[in-house]
Design a protein around this ligand. Structure first.
Ligand code: ZN
Length: 152
């Protein structure tokens, strides 16, 4: 009797998980970064049915944020270099982003090894067919730490 009940419970749980993966929209993504200048993804797709989209950024390395800090910044592709170079002047206190930079669509704080952070932005700010780029604005990192984001 006890075994039977346990089985039913397990079946119900896995059905919920299955329905969630098929019908539910993925309105968030987790991106990991590390001590060797890498994100673990180079392409993110945002479902246009989502109202908001959340990016969770983790740092699985060990180095402190003033040495190997990473953030996740979203902008149009052509703005990456300008944002990154203005960010150097802004410094770590401003998460290597010029305060109120209108070219920045969304951005997390800079984190170091073992830390995590996130940012949520309204999907309405994205346009289909536009080339968005995400990158790290820590000085020197954007050249290798970047990827594309697409509204679908
Ligand atoms: Zn970085």
């Amino acid at each position: 009797m006890r075994m039977q009940r346990l089985f039913v419970l397990t079946a119900a749980l896995s059905l919920t998980a299955f329905a969630g993966s098929v019908l539910g929209q993925e309105c968030s993504v987790t991106v990991d970064s590390n001590d060797v200048l890498q994100y673990d993804t180079d392409a993110i797709t945002v479902n246009s049915d989502c109202q908001e989209f959340t990016v969770n950024l983790t740092h699985s390395g060990k180095l402190a944020k003033n040495v190997m800090g990473h953030n996740w910044v979203l902008s149009q592709a052509e703005d990456v270099q300008g944002i990154a170079s203005d960010g150097i002047t802004a410094g770590l206190d401003n998460n290597y982003l010029m305060p109120d930079d209108e070219r920045v669509i969304a951005a997390t704080a800079i984190i170091g090894g073992g830390e995590m952070t996130s940012v949520t932005f309204p999907v309405g700010v994205l346009e289909a067919g536009t080339n968005y780029t995400f990158f790290c604005s820590f000085p020197g990192h954007s050249a290798v730490m970047q990827g594309t984001l697409l509204l679908e």
